[in-house]
Design a protein around this ligand. Structure first.
Ligand code: ATP
Ligand code: MG
Length: 165
């Protein structure tokens, strides 16, 4: 599979949220975003920015680690999942995960989504958070299939990000 990818570096939670906000202003309905990286890597911070870009108050956005799913209304509905505590794919079925993906008006963001890769659609946007040399440094890699509709959104993200920095 050919992949489009792009790497950004942030030095604070605010910068990570700002990246999310740019993406939130761009993502088309039906986008599935997988966020991977260790505990405290910045996934929820990023989703707070994503929510802001979608017109949702970022303060509303809390980690869904225990609730497994939070739903917010904005320009598009945001379905914010966290699969950290999900032990078995049967739980995804119980949550009705597939129906949320088929919900074309929404954006689905999944923290720890790589735990069940078979459930992730092929045109998903994968965002990987890695720590850097400093406490607050994060390297954030965006990747998706090159021939997907998501690749267009990623190209637009790159343009807007480079315009702002
Ligand atoms: N550059 C940065 N980007 C994002 N968060 C940062 C950065 N630097 C420091 N932090 C801190 O790291 C923490 C990231 O927390 P966050 O809840 O977003 O992690 P997470 O990846 O969602 O973890 P979990 O797997 O537990 O859900 C916050 O306390 C934030 O203040
Ligand atoms: Mg989190």
């Amino acid at each position: 599979m050919q992949v489009s990818d792009y790497i950004c570096r942030t030095d604070s939670p605010e910068q990570t949220k700002a990246l999310g906000e740019i993406l939130g202003g761009i993502v088309p309905a039906g986008t599935v975003i997988v966020l991977q990286g260790d505990l405290a890597a910045g996934k929820t911070q990023f989703v707070q920015g994503l929510a802001k870009g979608l017109g949702i108050a970022p303060a509303e956005v809390q980690s869904p680690t225990f609730a497994l799913l939070h739903i917010y209304s904005g320009r598009l509905t945001l379905y914010h999942f966290d699969w950290y505590r999900i032990e078995d794919a049967a739980e995804l079925e119980q949550l009705g995960f597939v129906e949320y993906v088929d919900e074309s008006e929404g954006v689905v963001a999944i923290e720890w989504g790589a735990r069940f890769p078979d459930w992730i659609p092929p045109d998903a946007l994968w965002i990987t958070f890695a720590s850097g040399d400093d406490m607050q440094e994060r390297q954030i890699t965006f990747a998706c299939a090159a021939d997907s509709s998501t690749a267009q959104a990623l190209a637009e993200f790159k343009l807007q990000y480079e315009r702002q920095t």
